[in-house]
Unconditional design. Structure first.
Length: 329
């Protein structure tokens, strides 16, 4: 649990050209803690052996994720604040995908000793800012020296008295719906990997996902039968729902409009934009199934249907594009 102290007279030293090795562990902790806010569920934050987080529901939803430099982010592509936003979003989205509201984050940080303290501070600022979007806060964590910059985040959430919405509840006849956008982050990644920095809307979507957090609890209240965070690609993640629910899922290609800037980028780069839309990850949209005839909450749109069978198809045919993200493929 982070419990560093500020420097003399309560002042935190400046961070210009100061490495983590020079600042030391507790100097770095003090700087990071100074950048963190608090949330309504945070009864006790950084400074003791553990945090104390309220759980009004009596149950706690928990999820964890890890970002490794060179695998999940590059410092020449994204600012420290961008990385902080992405690290928080990946976990907060998982909480929303259970139909819960996020309450707190715990962060473990493994950093090279020559990393600038200012970078770590800005990372903390990004983590705190993203958590603040949903009224959550970073309540503590741990850190270690490491040759590889690694950020591990654990998110906690509260169900508000509702049952969790699982992947295993989809039934034949259900509507498949989507909240949020897909394809933007994958398109931004492709643009960056080809050495470009525009279109800005795509690059910024890769750097900082726009997650529809509120739509998770909204789907739960509207009677969603299953729910999932689209982190690895829509078709791949819907495949998890199909497997868990023992059903087949069909997605309609015409349910996805290709934005002009995405279409232009795809044309310039020689990519089918539907590969981004259907198989690209990192936007953290939410996909859900709802009973037949259900009125979808505002912010959700129908994209397909559930049927008896197995697997995921597009327009009732096997998808021939990429399957989605796999860390070991």
């Amino acid at each position: 649990m982070w419990s560093g102290r500020a420097h003399r007279d309560g002042e935190i030293e400046g961070t210009v050209d100061v490495s983590i090795a020079e600042a030391g562990e507790f100097g770095l902790i003090a700087r990071i803690v100074a950048r963190l806010g608090s949330g309504p569920a945070s009864l006790l934050g950084p400074g003791d052996d553990a945090a104390l987080v309220a759980a009004p529901d009596g149950r706690t939803v928990a999820s964890t994720d890890v970002l490794v430099e060179g695998r999940h982010f590059r410092r020449d592509w994204s600012s420290a604040a961008d990385v902080g936003h992405r690290a928080a979003a990946a976990n907060l989205a998982d909480i929303a995908a259970m139909g819960a509201g996020p309450t707190a984050l715990l962060v473990a940080l493994c950093v090279p000793q020559d990393l600038d303290v200012a970078w770590a501070e800005d990372l903390a600022g990004g983590l705190s800012a993203e958590a603040g979007l949903v009224g959550a806060a970073v309540v503590g964590g741990d850190m270690s020296s490491s040759p590889t910059l690694t950020i591990a985040v654990t998110a906690l959430g509260d169900l508000g008295g509702r049952p969790p919405v699982l992947r295993s509840g989809a039934q034949p006849g259900d509507i498949v719906a989507l909240a949020g956008r897909t394809g933007y982050a994958a398109a931004g990644y492709t643009v960056l990997s080809r050495g470009f920095r525009t279109p800005k809307v795509l690059v910024e979507a890769y750097r900082r996902p726009a997650v529809p957090y509120a739509q998770g609890p909204a789907a739960a209240r509207a009677g969603a039968t299953s729910l999932i965070d689209v982190s690895d690609g829509l078709l791949q993640d819907l495949g998890h729902v199909a497997t868990a629910s023992v059903v087949g899922i069909d997605v309609r290609r015409d349910a996805f409009d290709v934005p002009d800037q995405m279409r232009d980028a795809a044309s310039a780069l020689g990519v089918d934009p539907h590969l981004w839309l259907l198989a690209g990850g990192d936007d953290h949209a939410l996909a859900a199934t709802f009973p037949p005839g259900a009125a979808l909450p505002e912010g959700w749109r129908e994209i397909g249907s559930v049927h008896e069978g197995t697997g995921v198809t597009v327009d009732r045919k096997p998808w021939q594009g990429g399957a989605g993200w796999d860390h070991f493929r």
